[in-house]
Ligand binder design. Structure first.
Ligand code: M6R
Length: 623
């Protein structure tokens, strides 16, 4: 939610800031804006809507400033309007602030400031910061001290970028329980919420610690604690990386990313699984120096054997991956596993001790609720493990054990390839733990590893059936409500199918455990409501089929995801997304693919913004 950037050097700031905002647009696209110091005066340029609108404005205005900050917004306080767009400025337009996060006591601060005569022009919590800072600067002109006094009055978690007309040779960055990275270049400095937007320009970076202020000049960076003590840290060298975003001929990133699934699964599998005859190995040593020592599963075999409970925390699609993880780990290891929506851990006691393994799953590694939950787990003495696609994320630096999905950047807001890779990581982790604990036979472990290696080819086979999937999908495009049902390993698939359809097409959809339907939700069924059942041969096939028949008896339009050669399914279902035969335990990797495609086809057919659905952001950095 919201991305912050900054630049200071001898090049024009606006193009640099814009290119960094492009990297951060996944954090929100409600509005974007810049504050640059142009001929000694602060110039604010902002535009509601996507970054392309700001780009158009900049083409007209062409600012030549060489210092500035920028912002891309996901609205928290106040609707997406020009007045609420960042940067926000003080009463005389000499100070500008961009902000990511929430100021929890903003209402009290606003009342106090209004009492002192400050006029507010927006509904944001951010505007409080700029007026408060302005007020503190009136007491004495030392801007660093004024920033420190300002943050000492603010409650909440936040990251800030600050620029002042009276200090045109520097920008300030503040980090309080968020992520901010400073890039050190050759007589130039960079700032961004995501290190990817810094590594475009330099491989020398400094990550701000928690509760830290950075005074950034073109040739120096000074770091201070909130108490004003200078922290001396040298920049570290990381791999510089050009940020390539290319649809490679696809109409949308989403379709490209669905098609990348066989490749990313092969990459993730080949990293951790050399051969079905060998044990899974997470401790591969090809990682950036920043994370050396963290990467991999560092728990000893003895510690792994001592675990008597697993706790999984995650949000959204990652939560669904965690649910599959629960079924897999319980089945293979015989350890009880609980899965929590990370935001539901807030305000609650997260139980755990030195026999608990707490796993946080997060594509971005920056989801505020997931980070808060894993911090609770650290506090209760659990072992911690992160599964993320971003080895440079905040999550990666918090956990003792780290498994990285090898997906590359996922641009589309709706997660697809990273979900598949998270599932693969759970399968590998389940096998890994089971091998060490002796709860799986060699034969079953080998069979599963072979099965996993075959999954990419099964997905390729399904991608070859796109025309048939599209035709079936469009029959559902007129629906107002869709119900997804599944049992066991595919109950999470039902939830994920419903989430994909909702977020991409805006059609209301709900996922249920198939057996739960008759306990209430069945009341919504009539001939206008399609029911999509996930039906895979195995322990729960018959029961899922019975639940589907109960729905058919209520005249629902019946749709199945069913395997090739299933001749029973056509008797109950009006149409069928055919999938290849697959081991029930591994089936969530396969059953989800037609549902991803279906959501895509419907959304595209309805003319929705497939890659950037309304109201969403890829990385949810507020609680
Ligand atoms: O980065 P994370 O995996 O922590 O993100 C969690 C959710 O916000 C994310 O999965 C969200 O639900 C996606 N829009 C789903 O497609």
């Amino acid at each position: 939610m919201c991305g912050i950037v900054g630049y200071l050097g001898s090049n024009k700031a606006a193009p640099v800031l814009l290119s960094k905002l492009r990297v951060l647009e996944y954090r929100g696209y409600d509005s974007a804006g810049l504050a640059v110091i142009e001929s000694g005066r602060l110039n604010i340029l902002k535009a509601v809507g996507k970054l392309s609108n700001l780009e158009t404005l900049l083409q007209k205005e062409r600012p030549t400033a060489t210092v500035g900050i920028g912002h891309t917004r996901w609205a928290t306080h106040g609707s997406p309007t020009d007045a609420n767009a960042h940067p926000h400025v003080n009463h005389n337009g000499t100070l500008a602030v961009v902000h990511n996060g929430i100021i929890e006591n903003y209402a009290e601060l606003k009342t106090e400031l209004q009492g002192k005569g400050y006029e507010f022009l927006s509904d944001t919590d951010t505007e409080v910061i700029v007026h408060l800072l302005s007020h503190e600067l009136e007491k004495d002109k030392d801007i660093l001290q004024a920033i420190l006094r300002t943050v000492s009055q603010m409650a909440g978690a936040y990251a800030l970028g600050i620029v002042s007309q009276t200090h045109p040779d520097r920008i300030f960055a503040v980090n309080h329980h968020y992520s901010l990275t400073v890039g050190v270049g050759d007589h130039e400095s960079f700032l961004a919420s995501d290190s990817a937007a810094v590594r475009q320009y330099t491989n020398k970076i400094l990550r701000l610690a928690q509760s830290e202020v950075a005074e950034i000049k073109a040739d120096s960076v000074r770091l201070f604690s909130f108490e004003g003590v200078e922290n001396h840290r040298e920049p570290i060298s990381v791999e510089a990386s050009a940020y390539k975003i290319d649809k490679e001929g696809y109409k949308h990133f989403l379709m490209k990313e669905i098609h990348e699934q066989p490749l990313v699964l092969r990459q993730t599998l080949s990293k951790y699984l050399v051969s079905p005859d060998k044990p899974v190995n997470f401790n591969v040593e090809d990682f950036s120096p920043e994370l050396s020592g963290l990467y991999g599963v560092k728990m000893t075999d003895e510690e792994i054997r001592s675990i008597d409970r697993v706790q999984i925390v995650a949000c959204g699609t990652a939560y669904h991956a965690g649910m599959v993880g629960k079924y897999v780990i319980e089945e293979l290891c015989g350890i009880p596993v609980e899965v929590d929506i990370a935001s539901e851990v807030r305000g609650r006691k997260l139980l755990g001790n030195n026999k608990t393994l707490t796993i946080a799953v997060s594509q971005s590694g920056e989801t505020a609720d997931t980070l808060a939950a894993i911090k609770d787990a650290i506090g209760n003495g659990s072992f911690t493990l992160g599964i993320t696609n971003r080895s440079d994320s905040h999550l990666a630096t918090l956990v003792q054990n780290l498994i990285v999905t090898e997906c590359g950047i996922e641009v589309s807001v709706a997660a697809t390839k990273t979900y598949a890779a998270q599932l693969v990581c759970f399968y590998l982790l389940g096998i890994y733990l089971a091998e060490i604990r002796g709860s799986i036979t060699k034969e079953r472990a080998k069979e599963l590893k072979k099965g996993l290696n075959q999954v990419p080819a099964l997905i390729e086979l399904m991608l070859g059936r796109e025309d048939a999937y599209r035709a079936e999908s469009l029959k559902l495009a007129d629906a107002q409500d869709v119900v997804f049902i599944g049992r066991g390993f595919n109950y999470p698939t039902a939830l994920e199918g419903a989430l994909k359809l909702k977020e991409l097409s805006y059609i209301h959809a709900s996922g249920y455990a198939a057996g739960e339907l008759k306990h209430g939700p069945i009341a919504v069924l009539d001939s206008s409501v399609p029911v999509i059942a996930i039906l895979v041969p195995g322990k729960v096939y018959e029961k899922t089929l019975s639940n589907a028949q109960e729905s058919r008896a209520r005249n629902a339009r019946m749709v199945a995801v069913a395997v090739d050669g299933d001749e029973v399914a056509p008797k109950t279902f009006d149409y069928i997304f055919r999938i290849p035969v697959v081991d029930e335990l591994l089936s969530p990797l396969v059953t989800v693919v037609p549902l991803q495609l279906m959501s895509y086809y419907i959304a595209d057919y309805l003319g929705k913004d497939v890659d950037q659905p309304r109201n969403l952001a890829k990385s949810v950095t507020v609680e």
